[in-house]
Design a protein around this ligand. Structure first.
Ligand code: ZN
Length: 241
């Protein structure tokens, strides 16, 4: 039974937003490629786990709470070769397996632990508790890579020619280069804002980032795109995620 499905981690979403909005190539590109490969590896492991009978096993993905578990290194890439220098590490090498061998490994573990430690009901309440306590890592990505916020490209991106140049033209966004038009092109830009700067922003912050001049239209956009708001009048901050 999959209790918590794997979702793209917030840190990876932030890296992608950063890649989209940095004017020139930065070392982040390499980090992004590494993290993306890791995420794809986790998906490959999910595929292997799907061969286990779902009614007998409980999986909670991306948990950050430590639990007493069997140590195991799973190679998502089946062609990975691991070499170790010491002969004493034979037992260690048994703990390194390709992901295709996970089902068999888990079934072997099951035979080792005959006694049931938790009832179905206890597992249910335990998983509820774990999910409640789970907090995703919400790092400040600009600080992490020592990037000044002035380096981030602002504006609404055109989905056709990729320029950050879309302009609000009465009732929709329009690209002055390729003439592509879109109604809610601001949504992706606001998502990038929330990932790179802050999950909250004021009408003024939004105008600056979206290159809008009208506070009224900006208010209209923010009311539609935000989950809630805090404060009043000019101090009002909209919550994006
Ligand atoms: Zn365009």
């Amino acid at each position: 039974m999959i209790i918590k499905k794997r979702e793209m981690p917030l840190s990876l979403k932030k890296l992608e937003a950063l890649e989209r909005r940095l004017p020139k190539k930065r070392p982040t590109v390499e980090v992004l490629a590494r993290q993306m490969a890791g995420f794809k590896g986790e998906l490959a492991i999910d595929f292997s786990l799907s061969f286990l009978p779902s009614e007998h096993y409980w999986f909670i993905h991306h948990k950050r709470k430590p639990l007493p578990i069997e140590a195991l290194v799973v190679m998502a890439n089946e062609r990975t070769i691991v070499r170790h220098a010491s002969a004493a590490s034979a037992s260690f090498s048994e703990k390194i397996i390709p992901c295709g061998r996970i089902p068999k490994y888990i079934i072997n573990i099951e035979q080792t632990y005959i006694k049931a430690h938790y009832s179905e009901r206890e597992l249910e309440s335990l998983s509820e508790l774990l999910l409640k306590q789970h907090q995703e890592l919400d790092n400040d990505i600009l600080k992490q890579f020592q990037i000044d916020r002035s380096e981030i490209i602002s504006g609404v991106q055109c989905q056709v020619c990729s320029r950050y140049a879309m302009e609000w033209d009465r009732r929709r966004w329009q690209c002055p280069y390729c003439r592509f038009r879109m109604l809610n092109a601001h949504a992706k830009a606001l998502e990038d804002y929330s990932l790179l700067f802050s999950p909250t922003l004021s009408n003024r912050d939004a105008r600056k980032f979206l290159h809008l001049t009208s506070p009224n239209y900006t208010k209209h956009i923010l009311q539609r795109c935000s989950k809630s708001f805090i404060g009043k009048t000019r101090e009002k901050k909209y919550l994006l995620r």
